[in-house]
Design a protein around this ligand. Structure first.
Ligand code: PLP
Ligand code: COI
Length: 343
């Protein structure tokens, strides 16, 4: 048996916990330093650091798992490295090179290997890489110094109740602007969603459905996941296409799984809010959310209920969940290159 920390793995929520090691690299005078593992969870910053004033920050989210064979693996981490480089460049920050990202990932997971939850616990090691402006700025411009950190923490399900369907609410607010930053993983988008999230929580809903910021006519995403829908006859996987949502790695993977593993038709297209009542299933997909079934969508026009509502997920959602998690945990053969072995 692999040695693991004494943690109640089955009852973890989605919460911060300081683990022993994090990876840190600093950017100064035009280049990233060689990077190192640090045991210090605190960051000391100048009072004028770019992140504190003009929100120059981007981040990623990925997970490490123990597979059925006892390997410690990550799911498609190269895509996180690429998306992070894109987000950084969009915010005028230096990208952290992909091969450096992969090296940091291997190092930080190996250093914290006792925090990787055991196979079958339902938990995983959440990995949060981020880059922020650490150099001082007061005029509105990019900072000239940056910090890259990659921290880890063991987590359980993002939504209480795990795979049980949730009820969500259509937000009156927008999380991103047309032609803005909705398509990158910038902390500022999440700051934008906080008020809407509190409003939803007050009303008894753990998440929002955001509609497109231009017309409020099309489905976008939630504060932390993309959507998918299943057609009434169960034959088609439909997922919203928009320039102001995050290109979810889970959603891109599900598009492949739906078509090649489950034989479904796939439609990536604009989805009108007015048509969603015709679908038989609705779900959220993302690294933290994995696949979270949506049983009900509340709006000013009333409630839309999918399948058996909040009772249980629909049949296609169950198959998508079992196939995706089977691929991640090694019980179902993965497409070439999807599983990155660390230890
Ligand atoms: N949309 C938003 C706003 C997110 O924060 C996330 C989480 O990363 C996703 C979608 C899902 O993306 P991924 O599947 O790459 O984790
Ligand atoms: C993730 O799924 O990794 C995210 O970053 C989403 C966030 C809401 C936790």
């Amino acid at each position: 048996m692999r040695k693991v920390k004494d943690i109640d793995w089955g009852n973890l929520g989605f919460q911060y916990r300081s683990c022993d090691w994090r990876y840190v690299s600093c950017y100064k005078d035009g280049s990233w330093d060689e990077g190192r593992l640090s045991d210090d969870p605190n960051v000391v910053l100048n009072e004028c650091a770019g992140i504190l004033h003009y929100c120059q920050e981007c981040f990623e989210g990925l997970k490490a798992y123990e597979t059925v064979n006892g390997d410690i693996v990550c799911f498609r981490p190269e895509l996180n490295a690429e998306r992070m480089a894109y987000s950084a460049e969009f915010l005028c920050m230096p990208p952290f090179p992909k091969e450096r990202f992969m090296d940091a990932l291997d190092k930080v997971v190996k250093a914290n290997i006792e925090y990787v939850p055991p196979y079958g616990s339902g938990a995983s090691l959440y990995i949060r890489p981020y880059i922020f402006g650490s150099g001082p700025v007061i005029g509105v411009k990019p900072a000239d110094e940056y910090m890259f950190r990659m921290i880890v923490m063991p987590v359980g399900p993002y939504f209480k109740g795990g795979a049980k369907p949730i009820a969500i609410m259509v937000s009156d607010y927008d999380r991103a602007a047309p032609h803005g930053t909705g398509h990158i993983k910038a902390g500022l988008n999440y700051a934008m969603s906080l008020h809407a999230h509190e409003v939803a929580k007050e009303a008894g809903y753990p998440e929002n459905m955001f509609l497109d910021p231009k017309e409020h006519k099309y489905v976008e995403e939630t504060g932390g996941a993309n959507f998918y829908f299943i057609s009434a006859d169960g034959s088609t996987f439909v997922t919203p296409k928009s320039g102001s949502i995050l290109p979810s790695i889970t959603r891109r993977s599900l598009v492949y799984v739906a078509e090649h593993y489950l034989g479904l038709k796939v439609e990536e297209r604009r989805v009108e809010f007015a048509e969603i009542g015709e679908f038989s299933e609705c779900g959220l997909c993302g690294t933290a959310a994995v696949i979270s079934p949506v049983g009900l969508v509340h709006s000013h026009e009333g409630d839309i209920v999918f399948g058996k509502g909040l009772e249980e997920p629909g049949p296609v959602t169950k198959k998508l969940y079992d196939t995706l998690t089977g691929i991640q945990l090694g019980t179902i053969e993965a497409p070439e290159g999807w599983i990155h072995k660390i230890a």
